[in-house]
Design a protein around this ligand. Structure first.
Ligand code: FES
Length: 325
């Protein structure tokens, strides 16, 4: 379903295609934050459309899908995120899985409406045809823009709309990208958004052809399950040393606060974006001490093994020192 945001004052809501907004939901006595990408084009600033899929048993999406109604006022943070297309990019390859289509849809709608002549290809993986979000809109855009917007569906349960049957694993991603000549020349820029497993496969496929860094962007938070469990809490305030640019400042983190919240309250410049464990912007190194982190979140096993934590999702259980890198 879609949630359409308007500023109650009538002010414009500017954002860049590919960015997301964080909804602050008050459900019963709990405050839950969830980040959702805009699916609408960024030039329509009088409203922002968020497309949200209900996760059965989740904490936030059932509330959003069932209990929000027109006129409901809620706090919204953002826009945030850098999953955006740089000016002058000529060829854009969108690799999406499931509800990971939302920011990709905003990118496609925005660029096609601007008419800058970029060529856009979307490779979109789903279980079956009935799971394809925006199927009719994609067909319409593709029919309107011909060679400038091509869509290829990869479905686990084959159908006549699928260009290939299967999952978006490494081999399938490479086969699809070869089929559209995505690796010809060096103009293609790749944008990946979907479930974590699919994104890992897609990134490995791109890395095998030497694509990374400046030619590849990924958006991780939309793949977080809507069943994040909160971090354990200490019953007393804990002293946390925060090292920024080699200088350490000690702060106290109250019970219930995250390290990021306490740091920002103290005026420290700590990087952050989604504030819900989905983007990795607030990643810091745990130098000493013990924290509890809300799970699941976007840290991968390598980052965890190297001692990284997310300041927005971590509460100290003992005195700690963390370093902003
Ligand atoms: S701010 Fe996004 S993961 Fe912490």
């Amino acid at each position: 379903m879609s949630v359409v945001l308007h500023d109650p004052s009538g002010a414009a809501l500017p954002f860049e295609a590919g960015q997301f907004f964080t909804l602050v939901l008050r459900i019963g006595k709990k405050e839950i934050k969830r980040a959702y990408s805009a699916s609408s084009p960024s030039h329509e600033t009088n409203e922002v459309r968020l497309t949200i899929k209900e996760v059965p048993g989740g904490q936030a999406s059932p509330f959003v899908v069932r209990d929000l109604s027109a006129g409901y006022e809620l706090e919204v943070l953002g826009p945030s995120g850098n999953f955006t297309v740089a000016k002058g990019t000529k060829r854009i390859i969108l690799l999406g899985g499931g509800s990971g289509i939302t920011p990709l849809m905003s990118i496609a709608r925005t660029l096609l409406a601007k008419g800058g002549g970029e060529r856009i290809d979307l490779v979109f993986g789903n279980r079956s045809e009935k799971d394809i979000i925006f199927q009719a809109d994609l067909e319409k855009l593709s029919a309107e823009h011909g060679e400038l917007f091509k869509v290829r569906h990869v479905l686990e349960e084959g159908s006549s709309v699928a260009s290939r049957t299967g999952r978006l694993d490494q081999a399938t991603v490479l086969a699809e990208l070869d089929a559209i000549g995505a690796f010809d020349g060096d103009e293609s820029h790749f944008f990946v958004c979907g479930p974590l497993g699919m994104m890992d496969e897609a990134k490995a496929a791109l890395a095998s052809r030497g694509i990374s860094g400046s030619r590849m962007k990924e958006e991780r938070f939309v793949s977080l399950a809507d069943n994040q469990t909160g971090a354990e809490e200490s019953t007393e305030a804990q002293e946390v040393g925060i090292i920024i640019l080699g200088k350490k400042k000690s702060i106290y983190v109250r019970p219930g606060q995250t390290i990021l919240e306490a740091g920002l309250d103290d005026g420290l410049e700590m990087p952050n974006s989604c504030t819900v464990g989905g983007c990795g912007t607030c990643r810091v190194k745990l130098v000493s001490g013990q924290v509890s982190m809300a799970e699941p979140n976007c840290l991968d096993s390598d980052e965890r093994a190297q001692g990284y934590i997310l300041a927005c999702s971590s509460k100290p259980l003992s005195p700690c020192v963390v370093e902003v890198e």
